[in-house]
Ligand binder design. Sequence first.
Ligand code: 2P0
Length: 333
Amino acid sequence: MKLEPREIVDQILPHRIPALDLAEAYAPANIALCKYWGKRNEALKLPLTGSLSISLAELGTRMRCRVAETDGLEINGETQAPDSKAFRRLFSFLDLFREAGTCFQIQSTNTIPMAAGLASSASAFASAVNTLNLLYGWELSDRSRSILSRIGSGSASRSICPGFVEWFCGEQADGMDSYAEAMDVSWPEFRVGILRLSDAEKAVSSGVGMQRTMDTSVLYQSWPAQVERDLPVLREAIREKDFACLGKTAERKAMAVQATMSAAWPPILYWKPESVVTLQGVHRLRADGVEVYATMDAGPNVKLLFLEQNRDEVQSAFPDLQVVQPFGTTCQD
Ligand code: 2P0
């Protein structure tokens, strides 16, 4: 069996002839509650474990694609040079879908900072697939779009769906069983707070970071077994709306993934001093009886998990907090 990304894409696409000249679509960013960290196949972005996330409603990427004479990319109104990282990464992904000779002018608008551990690659690749789906008139299922997005960036597989989303690890070599699906749970009181501590681009990309962790961290050996134990706990906590269990499990997973990275060589430390101060602030709030939990990803920013009933206390402790309502509208304070 062929395992080249274009061959896999071929199995999914009905054709490669654009149906429209212009299309536009959106995908939300997502925050992992049980993290994806480690691949079994680099080219197809097949994970070593399953993962589970919450999609961020209005925080994400809107992408507009026009069939044109030449390729071009604008991100948040700024033209990107053809040799820039963002241009090369996006267009090598788009090459999987188009015939040679088809060119695209892309305008991408992010409502989240790029490459600062706030999952902008997830919403970027998922919005690209959603946009191409409209441009080409493919009418692909959520599952197919999740598989295609995953080939761009693993976590993008989860950005196809709203709310709580589980990405199944799968076991097939071609990755056709490694896709994400929304959980059938609505939790209107659930809040994610974003603390934007730094928008600077990270020194070690997620891809490089996870490979180095797998190759050199002695603590990584226990990671797959931990995920196997914690994923069902998290799933059940979401179904039962057991917030304390969800928060504790998610925070422990965030700390555990950082522990695996810290033990890599060279060590990977995405945190900034402000990240530590924030985590200690979360611990203090909890000690005062406020149910708030923290999670972090491949970056210095801290994301808080809490319920609407605790919003005032959390917001007065963290005045810069941007509160997202994953099952409602976004509030910016
Ligand atoms: C996650 N992260 O589950 C984890 C937690 C970062 C830490 O998925 O190599 O940008 O493109 O598949 O998707 C970031 O990884 O990596 C990520 P690639 P991606 O959200």
